[in-house]
Design a binder for this molecule. Structure first.
Ligand code: PMP
Length: 353
């Protein structure tokens, strides 16, 4: 039976990408597996270079002073690496969810953190607005999409301070003026590839301003100078990310996928709003196009709904434990058809109830 994968991450990847990635595991270069050749060999160096170029090109950042890195340690390592490289005295953070909160905790190890605003009191069901960013901040950090709560920043503040954004769960999904940001990071395992690689896009001129000594593995400048190969890179994750970025470019890039993502989001949210058996979790103006969070209005229907969901081949719909209910993650590779199947189950439940 066809599976419809709504997993929050790791998540669905394009079928053609999985096919090519699996072929490369067996035969990538003249009978050798991608996993058994040197990362310094020309075929792999070309993969890394191509992945970097594609990332900058798709984000519209080539030739603008940015470097793209593929690092390890997940987005969680970026929580501390950003602070290590950029926090001298005080940084400002917008707290919109568990991941922002984790980033704040890590930054506090290295300096003062000023929380410009937080929606913690409402279990992060909205994005705070109208806050000021102190101009003496070393940088401002925000999370563009809150994977757990299903909220997404639709606008970003204008500020004279360097802007840093965790885009782990919506990078490459919608058009944004990416040049607004001095540093963007994202774990690969949503819109890019398998877990194991983290994309960092950084404007070189914001680096080198802190007085602390930075260990080489944590130092963006050292990583840039070694072309993301200070140590052995996660070759499979980088290769698969490159394939996904090629797939996206062939589809027409971010502008094209954004249209699809908007259709998927419209379909699920209109069902959530029209069907009395369901209630959305996040504030309507801040709803994420990537992760739709919702609950049943009548808990007695839980078992029936979940049985119907399973029978329809739907996977990964459980909400995160801090929100409960359901979360439909609709990353770039999820077809509109899968959202249609979920919406059909939701309306069928209404007919049955
Ligand atoms: N930031 C966001 C927005 C996330 O969704 C996640 C993981 N789901 C993380 C950070 C942490 O990423 P990782 O597991 O790669 O450290």
């Amino acid at each position: 039976m066809k599976r419809h994968n709504f997993s929050a991450g790791p998540c669905i990847l394009p079928g053609s990408v999985l096919q090519k990635a699996s072929e490369a595991v067996i035969n990538f270069d003249n009978g050798l597996s991608l996993l058994e050749i040197s990362h310094r060999s020309k075929p792999f160096v070309d993969v890394m270079e191509n992945a970097r170029i594609l990332a900058l090109e798709l984000l519209g950042l080539e030739g603008k002073g940015y470097k793209a890195l593929f690092l390890q340690g997940g987005a969680s390592t970026q929580f501390l690496m950003v602070a290590f490289n950029m926090l001298e005295k005080r940084a400002s953070y917008l707290n919109t969810g568990t991941w922002s909160d984790n980033a704040i905790k890590q930054a506090k190890i290295y300096g003062d953190v000023f929380e410009v605003a937080s929606s913690k009191e409402a279990n992060y069901n909205y994005i705070p607005k109208g806050y000021d960013i102190p101009t003496d901040s070393d940088y401002f950090h925000c999370t563009s999409n809150n994977t757990i709560f299903g909220t997404q920043m639709k606008e970003f503040p204008n500020s004279s301070v360097p802007m840093v954004c965790d885009m782990s769960s919506d990078i490459f999904s919608r058009e944004i003026d990416f040049s607004k940001f001095d540093l963007i990071y994202a774990g690969a395992q949503k819109n890019m590839g398998p877990a194991g690689a983290t994309l960092v896009v950084v404007k070189e001129d914001v680096l080198g301003k802190v007085s602390r000594q930075i260990p080489s593995m944590m130092d963006y400048k050292a990583q840039i100078s070694k072309g993301s190969m200070f140590n052995t890179p996660p070759v499979f994750a980088v290769y698969t990310s490159m394939l996904t970025l090629e797939w996206l470019k062939d589809l027409g890039g971010i502008a094209a996928i954004e249209k699809e993502n908007n259709k998927k989001a419209q379909l699920i949210y209109s069902e959530i709003d029209l069907n009395p058996l369901f209630k959305g979790f996040s504030a309507k103006t801040d709803r994420s196009t990537m992760n739709a969070t919702f609950t049943l209005t009548n808990g007695d229907l839980k078992e029936t709904f979940e049985t119907m969901v399973n029978e329809a081949g739907i996977n990964g719909l459980s909400g995160h434990r801090s929100v409960g209910g359901y979360r439909a993650s609709m990353y770039n590779a999820l077809p509109l058809e899968s959202v249609g199947v979920l919406v059909d189950v939701m309306s069928e439940l209404e007919r049955k109830a």
